[in-house]
Write a protein that binds this ligand. Structure first.
Ligand code: SF4
Ligand code: MG
Length: 324
């Protein structure tokens, strides 16, 4: 396993109390595999990724338990210096908002080139050539000229391609993309997602795709881990999930994907709001919103039941859900 997260816990201490953002998350991704981590905002999907990358805001964020193994090493035990080296060479991250992630006063060529000057000790001229090559690689038209342009001179989709180029520069073994296409319009979303999937296959990288939108990952993910209130509530191969979800929350997410054949119809939305992480409901955290909730759900925390060898669901009634 390229990356393995085991029973990770993260808390945020705030003036109003302790927010339990991640409450025992375990997942893994292999080289050449794509794991989609799905959930509403506040489900802990980004915080888990930030803990893995070692870029958690701390304080107030604190890892209170668990292990993160990357290429066999427990990265939570590494010194900050070693962790910094790991970012870039080992794992790289792509963010939603390229405009704030890129430096506005440096040309994209200089930003891409800097990676090679700093990490590979290349000359400025060679680094510039590498920058053009990378921009070509992510299919930015006219790369040789556009290498002198600044981030604001590119469209949102093109900027996201530049972010992908930055992440790819040092050929990391793992890329974590946090809502990489959320800010883009639907057609551009699909193009950027396809590009990311293509490069992932070509470089045989592990890819973790964080999203709130089950619709965008259907074609690219191998596995899906669904998060709710800082826990994984369902984990399964992508086709299993689309065929029939084994958790009512996953079912709700599936039912809220807009479908072409239902144009004009009102979209299903999961009722209620995500829980307050300072006061997570007892029993199954989803019970106040769950259409299948029974008394036991209000008192007993569901473990991650084994649905099949490759599949888990944290619902007492996963059988009913699966066949319902
Ligand atoms: Fe719903 Fe109960 Fe299953 Fe939780 S355990 S998802 S409340 S049926
Ligand atoms: Mg997020």
């Amino acid at each position: 396993m390229l990356l393995e997260v085991r029973d990770l816990h993260v808390e945020f201490r705030t003036r109003d109390g302790v927010a339990k953002a991640v409450n025992g998350v375990s997942y893994g991704v292999d080289a050449g595999e794509t794991l989609a981590v799905l959930g509403e905002s506040g489900s802990g999907k980004s915080v888990t990724a930030q803990a893995v990358m070692g870029i958690l805001d701390m304080p107030p964020g604190r890892i209170t338990g668990g292990e993160v193994f990357f290429q066999g090493k427990d990265v939570l035990k590494l010194k900050e210096e070693e962790r910094r080296r790991l970012r870039g060479y080992g794992m790289a991250m792509i963010f939603q908002d390229a405009l704030s992630a890129l430096n506005p006063v440096l040309s994209v060529g200089d930003q891409l080139g800097e990676m090679f000057v700093v990490h590979r000790r290349m000359s400025k001229k060679d680094a510039r050539a590498k920058a053009v090559e990378l921009m070509d690689r992510v299919r930015i038209p006219g790369a040789a000229e556009r290498v002198r342009d600044y981030p604001h001179q590119f469209s949102g989709g093109m900027r996201q391609r530049i972010m992908i180029a930055m992440a790819l520069a040092l050929e990391p073994a793992l890329i974590i993309a946090d809502e990489p296409t959320t800010a883009l319009d639907v057609t551009v979303q699909a193009q950027v997602m396809d590009l990311l999937a293509e490069l992932q296959r070509e470089y045989h990288m592990g890819l973790i795709l964080i999203t709130h939108d089950l619709g965008v990952v259907a074609d690219v993910a191998d596995r899906i881990a669904v998060m709710y209130a800082g826990k994984i509530v369902e984990s399964a191969p992508v086709h299993d999930i689309y065929k029939s979800p084994a958790h009512p929350y996953t079912r709700g997410l599936l039912d809220s994907i807009p479908r072409l054949d239902q144009k004009g119809q009102e979209l299903y939305a999961i009722k209620g709001l995500p829980p307050n992480l300072m006061n997570i409901p007892p029993g199954c955290a989803f019970h106040p919103r769950c259409p299948m909730a029974q008394d036991v759900c209000r008192t007993d925390v569901p473990p991650l039941y084994e649905v099949s060898e490759e599949r888990g669901s944290a619902c007492h009634f996963w059988r009913e859900c699966l066949h319902g």
